[in-house]
Design a protein around this ligand. Structure first.
Ligand SMILES: [Fe+2]
Ligand SMILES: [Fe+2]
Length: 180
């Protein structure tokens, strides 16, 4: 990724509570899982770093409100599309793969995700989605006390991800502290 674009996207993410730590955690996991599965580590890692950039448009309190209100969900569910738009504005010739990964990181097989209800998200999309969920439910968040134990978090991921991703993620978790 164009380094200036990446820096600008990170500037947008940094003021949001917990968001940059989350982006870095997801990027580390994604890099390891993608490597194990023989996927394009560079594209996936870049997409992971900026996948939630659309959240920078949220009102501050939405980052920390718990529990969420039904009307919050409407705003929350727009962040993949807003993130895609922000990145396209910053980077007009953004690679299609990165753009799609950001737009589709909340898609789930069977049309159960958003924003496009894809029936068969690609393996790359599912790698990012898996690492995203795993990071979210195993990390401390500003609004939540307590997290999922690793084994339960992997079971959550296994509800939508194929076994090879779950196995690679379990392996990546062991290497979580290793630099990429
Ligand atoms: Fe997200
Ligand atoms: Fe995320």
């Amino acid at each position: 990724m164009n380094q200036m674009v990446l820096n600008r996207a990170i500037e947008l993410i940094k003021p949001c509570p917990g968001l940059f730590d989350h982006a870095q955690d997801v990027a580390r996991l994604v890099f390891n899982v993608a490597g194990t599965l023989g996927l394009d580590t560079s594209t996936l890692k870049t997409a992971a770093l900026v996948h939630d950039v659309g959240k920078c448009t949220w009102p501050k309190e939405l980052h920390i409100r718990y529990p969420l209100q039904p009307e919050d969900l409407k705003i929350i569910r727009t962040h993949p599309v807003i993130g895609e738009k922000i990145l396209c504005d910053l980077w007009p010739d953004i690679p299609k793969k990165i753009r799609e990964l950001v737009r589709w990181h909340h898609e789930r097989p069977g049309g159960l995700g958003y924003p496009d209800q894809l029936h068969n998200p690609s393996i790359e999309v599912l790698v990012l989605a898996s690492c995203d969920v795993f990071s979210a439910i195993t990390s401390d968040r500003p609004y939540r006390v307590g997290t999922f134990p690793i084994s339960e978090a992997l079971m959550e991921v296994a509800k939508f991800a194929p076994p090879q991703i779950v196995a690679a993620l379990a392996d990546a978790v062991l290497k979580r502290c290793v630099n990429y």
